[in-house]
Design a protein around this ligand. Sequence first.
Ligand SMILES: Nc1ncnc2c1ncn2[C@@H]1O[C@H](COP(=O)(O)OP(=O)(O)OP(=O)(O)O)[C@@H](O)[C@H]1O
Length: 263
Amino acid sequence: MTGQNTDSNAAPKLSAHGIAKSFDGREVLHGISFDVLRGEFLSILGPSGCGKSTILRILIGLEHPDAGCVLLDGKDITDAAPSKRHMGIVFQDYALFENMTVLGNVEYALRFDPTRRECRTKIALEALASLGMADYANKPVAGLSGGQMQRVSIARTLALSPEVILFDEPTSGLDADARLALRSQLKKIQRDHGTTMVFITHDQEEAFALADRVMVMGEGSIHQLDEPLRIVENPADGYVRDFVVSNLKAKYDSLARFASPLR
Ligand SMILES: Nc1ncnc2c1ncn2[C@@H]1O[C@H](COP(=O)(O)OP(=O)(O)OP(=O)(O)O)[C@@H](O)[C@H]1O
């Protein structure tokens, strides 16, 4: 694996060290280690079944690793409850209450936070505004498009001011226009809020369009972690070249404008 950190002086926000995980006697993660830098957008790219969601679930505490540890700001949180990790997660299927309004959904989680309960409507409206959904606040969720529902779901996570947001293929149910709109909103949130983001996808173009760095996974292991252009210019091995670079190149001949010739 190459290119762990772009700045060796930057303390990582989130780290995974030697994470291993088996299900039913089959090891699906083989001692994975990586850092996510403060305020960074890290895309985790890999084919279906390679272990992307399992990593995310371990980072947020929905699964416990068999070996290894998770650090947040250098502190071991491997055994901490998900609610104590200062992280939010956004799933592909939105997980909204369809019988409630847009505002009701975003306010819901804030009701359980004594420090924010009183001003939950203001916080929820600000989060919805960040996603361009403030005008929909009083509409029922049931009538929204998939892209709008996903934006509400992200606003609900953002309202809790997580230090890290994990995204589990949030665009895979959306059409091309909605995907593009959501991508630019995520980048804006990253810029405006300085939130550290980890985004998993099996779509090469999406991973490269969004990320400060991309982590390319094969079956349960990391092949390369680096900045997008560096991966394009210097794929670590044949797998990265075939799964990522050739794929991108086939999709976009224009890639040749900024990449050196593929070897
Ligand atoms: N709770 C579980 N019980 C048994 N097997 C599991 C469990 N969770 C994941 N797996 C298996 O672990 C492997 C990795 O799954 P994971 O969902 O992490 O992959 P993924 O890369 O996110 O795939 P996809 O892109 O299809 O969601 C798969 O073979 C999956 O079937």
